[in-house]
Structures are given as structure tokens and as C-alpha cells.
Design a binder for this molecule. Structure first.
Ligand code: PLP
Ligand code: COI
Length: 339
């Protein structure tokens, strides 16, 4: 067994024992294949290489105090991958096969699920690619679905400590009627240049505005956005953002702790009224935002002056984590216990 320092894990790739795969051919998905190789062999004219037929998902498994392993909302990820498939004309993977593959890959890599005390988790990365050759721009006839896992720590190196974000108006991550609402690789390729600029300038990530008017907040590179104002959890409504499962969960939990919830367009200037702001997602969990610099407008919106998360973000974070690690009852049926 490798000597894994569970508490110092970053959000990186560590080879685990097995991954699972299914192949779509002649209209049928194959039984799951289990392999210890982390390589895939594909035709050089596969559509994933040329025409971006690729979608992925991200979810996590958590080890509880009781030693049980819990997977968070995997059905939602299965459904979202189907939506991504419809968006770029790939074969849709049945929900049951997605769930079976996720459970299988976790069970085959139990020794990589970080211990409860570490606060780390096992990141599960399913993806789907078009594999058969096309030189003309057409969808593939064959597909490969793979799920691998890797133990991870915080996505942003600051973890749950607030960090700064930046608005860069010269870059869009997705077109207004484009693919921003599905989880396809092209969205992330389109975000790399702006993301790199943000990192070089010392920011955790870009906060994207709507591509059409640059008036409204969309989301962060790898996470949704929320703000807290007057006991209300406010998050953008937009066609070009990913419907985040974490955000959806936080909206439920916000109501539970007595907040109002608003999902609506948020004008950039409204940032000035927010008492707290954060990025949320599977990888990001809640990553509180200390400050947003709008460089083009020469404005700064400050949310944390003392370097600590705000009280509402803290409450939501603790509640979400408690459900994920099994410290709090799963009253919404979000958890699948790995038996
Ligand atoms: N927005 C983008 C662009 C993402 O990549 C992610 C990560 O999956 C999210 C939001 C958060 O979504 P979820 O909470 O389902 O992980
Ligand atoms: C996730 O939160 O699961 C993501 O996919 C975000 C990022 C790593 C792309």
C-alpha cells in the first residue's frame, strides 16, 4: 500500500487499482469491463479527438465515522450525463448502468477512500466519448464510458478559507444558447486561457458574466455562484451555466435553516449588497469568496475582511458535509451507502 498522506491531498490524479468501462456498439451497451490499466486505446479519427464528443461528471464518496462509505446524489449525475449526451448527440447511458458502474468502481478501490478524520474524499470521474471514426462532422456510432476514481482534498488550495475571484469581460466560457448548461469538455477548453490569466494574477478563478450583455453573473470556471443578502440565498438563473447538484442541495438546506432562496438573474452591481459570496460544486464544495475584482470597471466587491468565511456559508458548509459524511440524517434521500 502506498503511503498516502490523506490530510495533505490536493485535487490531483493518483492512480488507483481499477476503473470500469462500458462500450456502446450497434445500439447496445456492453456489460461492465473492469481493468487495472489507466490507458485507453482509440481510433485516431474518433470523434472525441476532432469534434469534441466528450462529456464528463464529477461526484464523491465519503467515509463516515461508522466506517460506511456514502455516495452523494449519484442519480443526479447520471441524469445530467444523459442531458450532456443529448446536447452533443452522443448515445445516452442508462441511469442504472451509470449507478452500477459507480458502485463497482468504488467497491474495487475501497482502500483509496480517505478516512473520515482527514476531511478528504474519493472523487469519482465518469466520462463518455465518441470513439468511432468520422472525418466529416457527424456524431460517432460507437461510444466508450469510463469511470475512474482518485482520492482528493480541496479543489482550491485555500480550501474553506475565502479567496479572491476576478471578472474578465474579454473572455466567455459559453455562448448564450450554447453548451454552458451541459458538462462537455469544450466548455472547459474554452475557459483555460481566462483561468490561467486569473491564476497568474493571484485569483482562485474567473467569475463569468453572461456572454451576451455582460450585465449578469453566470458562474465560476468550475463551480456555481451564490450570494447571501438579508437572510436570503441568491444564485443566478441562466441558460449558460451548469445546473450544479451542490447548488441545488444548498438551496434545499438554505430553506431548512430558515433562509429565503432566490434563483434569478443577478446584475453585477448587486454584488455590492451581498454580505457573503461563494462558489459551490462537487470539487469546490463551498469555496467562500473574499473579494471579487471587476478589473475592467476598476471596482472591487469585498465579502470577507478577516479572512474567515461568513456565518451563513459556514452553516451551509457544515450541514452539507455532515450529510455527506453521515453525521446528519439523510432526510432527502441523497445518499447511497456502499454495501
Ligand atoms: N459549474 C461548472 C462549470 C462545473 O464544472 C461544476 C462542477 O461539476 C459545477 C458548476 C458544480 O456542479 P456540481 O455541484 O454538480 O458538481
Ligand atoms: C466537479 O466539481 O466535479 C467538477 O467537475 C469541477 C471541475 C473539476 C471541472
Amino acid at each position: 500500500m502506498e503511503n498516502i498522506n490523506w490530510t495533505d491531498l490536493t485535487f490531483g490524479y493518483l492512480k488507483t487499482d481499477y476503473n470500469v468501462r462500458s462500450y456502446y456498439k450497434a445500439g447496445k451497451w456492453s456489460d461492465l469491463e473492469i481493468t487495472d490499466s489507466d490507458q485507453v486505446s482509440l481510433h485516431m479519427a474518433a470523434t472525441c479527438f476532432h469534434y469534441g464528443q466528450e462529456a464528463f461528471e464529477g461526484l464523491k464518496a465519503f467515509k463516515g465515522k461508522d466506517g460506511k462509505i456514502r455516495i452523494f446524489r449519484m442519480r443526479e449525475n447520471a441524469l445530467r450525463m444523459q442531458a450532456s449526451s443529448r446536447g452533443i448527440l452522443m448515445a445516452e447511458l442508462p441511469v442504472e448502468l451509470f449507478e452500477k458502474a459507480v458502485l463497482e468502481v468504488v467497491k474495487r478501490n475501497l482502500r483509496f477512500v480517505p478516512p473520515y478524520e482527514s476531511g478528504s474524499s474519493l472523487y469519482i470521474r465518469p466520462f463518455l466519448v465518441g470513439t468511432s471514426p468520422q472525418v466529416g462532422v457527424n456524431p460517432a456510432k460507437e461510444y466508450l464510458f469510463v469511470v475512474f476514481v482518485t482520492p482528493v482534498g480541496p479543489y482550491f488550495k485555500t480550501g474553506f478559507k475565502p479567496s479572491p475571484y476576478v471578472i474578465l469581460r474579454k473572455y466567455d466560457r459559453a455562448a448564450p444558447q450554447g453548451t454552458g448548461n451541459i458538462k462537455v469538455g469544450g466548455n472547459y477548453a474554452a475557459s483555460l486561457v481566462a483561468g490561467e490569466i486569473a491564476h497568474e494574477k493571484g485569483y482562485s478563478a474567473v467569475l463569468y458574466l453572461d456572454s451576451k450583455e455582460k450585465k449578469y453573473i453566470d458562474e465560476c470556471g468550475p463551480a456555481n455562484f451564490f450570494g447571501i443578502k438579508k437572510n436570503t440565498y441568491i444564485t443566478p438563473e441562466s441558460h449558460s451555466i451548469l445546473p450544479s447538484i451542490t447548488n441545488k442541495s444548498l438551496m434545499t438546506l438554505a430553506k431548512e435553516i430558515g433562509l429565503k432562496v432566490e434563483c434569478r438573474p443577478i446584475r453585477v452591481e448587486e454584488l455590492a449588497d451581498f454580505e457573503e459570496a461563494g462558489a459551490c460544486g462537487t470539487a469546490a464544495v463551498i469555496s467562500p469568496i473574499s473579494r471579487i475584482d471587476d478589473l475592467d470597471e476598476n471596482k472591487s466587491y469585498v465579502f470577507s475582511k478577516d479572512g474567515e468565511p461568513g456565518p451563513v456559508s459556514m452553516k451551509l458548509y457544515n450541514k452539507l458535509r455532515a450529510i455527506q459524511y453521515g453525521d446528519e440524517e439523510d432526510k432527502y434521500g441523497w445518499i447511497t451507502v456502499v454495501e
